[in-house]
Design a protein around this ligand. Structure first.
Ligand code: BTN
Length: 243
């Protein structure tokens, strides 16, 4: 059998390398790196990726039935991360819609999913996951409040063990998701939802939408309650309402 898990030293971005090599890789193949020189976050942001400080990982997943089956993918990956960290004994992480993992109100993990369609065929999802493990104290360039797993755990974390557990969890969750969608995972999402029942605002394009967070629906859309009715939203940045 072909190698499923590839471990690299310093590369541009695990998402980019995996994307380039996707035709030669089988379903579930992973690329991990010690450092990234061009780590990418969502919305064109940089993902600061110092050597040995985090998990930088991308996994290939081929969806035979195309885009339709992929709604909610990024949310289910967040659940796989939460399960992984809970499996290490730390059940105190939250999910921030659509796909950040938080601990102590700070970001612990980011997820970047990219889609490569094939004409008339399957769709490749490139699932990028960055989990902060032990960031250097002099790190620069991170534009949001962040934490790492060693801080959350109060001990050092074995990156190999973490990576192995994470890969296992993602491999386990994706076939279920492919068959049944997000629905079976909704209670778990709600349990971990950082903003559930809180007054929030959503910046979507130039629009500022206010509401009370009511979790997500089975397509992965955010549910906001406003003046007695609940509406769903597919994109944007959510934050706690200050005013
Ligand atoms: C975000 O929260 O903005 C998403 C961050 C995703 C970072 C990971 S690290 C592994 C993979 N390779 C990348 O270049 N980005 C993702």
């Amino acid at each position: 059998a072909e190698t499923l898990i590839h471990i690299e030293n310093i590369i541009s971005s695990t998402n980019d390398v995996l994307k380039k090599d996707a035709v030669n890789l089988q379903n579930g193949a992973c690329i991990l790196a010690e450092a990234q020189t061009a780590g990418r976050g969502r919305r064109g942001r940089t993902w600061v990726s110092p050597f040995g400080a985090s998990i930088y990982m991308s996994m290939l997943w081929r969806f035979e039935s195309g885009y339709q089956s992929m709604a909610g993918l990024s949310l289910v990956i967040g659940i796989a991360v939460i399960r992984t960290i809970a499996g290490l004994g730390y059940a105190s992480c939250q999910l921030k819609w659509p796909n950040d993992v938080y601990a102590n109100q700070k970001k612990l993990c980011g997820i970047l999913i990219e889609v490569e369609g094939q004409v008339g065929g399957s769709t490749d999802a490139i699932i990028g996951i960055g989990v902060n493990v032990q960031l250097p104290s002099d790190i620069e360039g991170i534009e949001q409040a962040y934490t790492d797993l060693s801080t959350v755990a109060g001990r050092s974390i074995d990156r190999n063990e973490l990576a192995a557990r994470l890969i296992e969890n993602v491999w386990q969750i994706l076939p279920v998701f492919e068959q049944e969608g997000l629905r079976p995972f909704l209670p778990e999402w709600e349990q971990a939802d950082l903003f559930y029942n809180q007054a929030v605002e959503l910046m979507s394009g130039n629009q500022r939408i206010k509401g009370v967070c009511k979790g997500v629906d089975s397509s992965g859309a955010l549910l906001l309650e406003n003046e007695g009715s609940i509406k769903s939203y597919h994109g944007g940045e959510i934050s706690v309402r200050r005013s």
